[in-house]
Design a protein around this ligand. Structure first.
Ligand SMILES: [Zn+2]
Length: 136
């Protein structure tokens, strides 16, 4: 087997498949955390959950039903949007969370980003123009 054969084969195999996405990455991370916790707890239940999550992540990566996987991932990103931001770029997310605070509009639920350490401020929702006060 010539050099580079494996990576070419791997690339061939990946073509047309889902690959890794936020939901898959999340499953792998949660699975690894469970494995670490389970070093101390040693329960069969946790190792089964970790195994199932890992298997699900692998299955997602190798899935050829891109449309279904994409819509699942979109649902996941929608539900855990801020979390997905942390997964994609943890360093940038740390900097961002130090500079800004994320609030939810009490009227429409829209997420609003405001600068931190400004004391009590008046926020106008960009979506419904509702005004509310917030401590930053
Ligand atoms: Zn609003």
């Amino acid at each position: 087997m010539a050099k580079g054969d494996f990576s070419r084969k791997a690339a061939d195999w990946m073509r047309g498949r889902n690959g890794s996405d936020e939901l898959g990455t999340m499953c792998v991370i949660v699975s690894l955390i469970l494995v670490i916790i389970n070093i101390f707890l040693r329960t069969l239940f946790l190792s089964l959950v970790a195994l199932a999550l890992m298997a699900y992540a692998c299955w997602r990566m190798s899935s050829k039903n891109l449309e279904a996987r994409e819509s699942e991932n979109a649902t996941f990103v929608g539900m855990f949007g801020p979390l997905a931001r942390w997964l994609r770029n943890p360093a940038a997310a740390v900097g961002e969370s130090r500079t800004y605070k994320h609030l939810k509009c009490p009227e429409c639920g829209q997420r609003v980003r405001v600068p931190r350490k400004k004391g009590k401020i008046r926020v106008t929702c960009p979506s419904c123009h509702e005004k509310f006060e917030a401590r930053t």
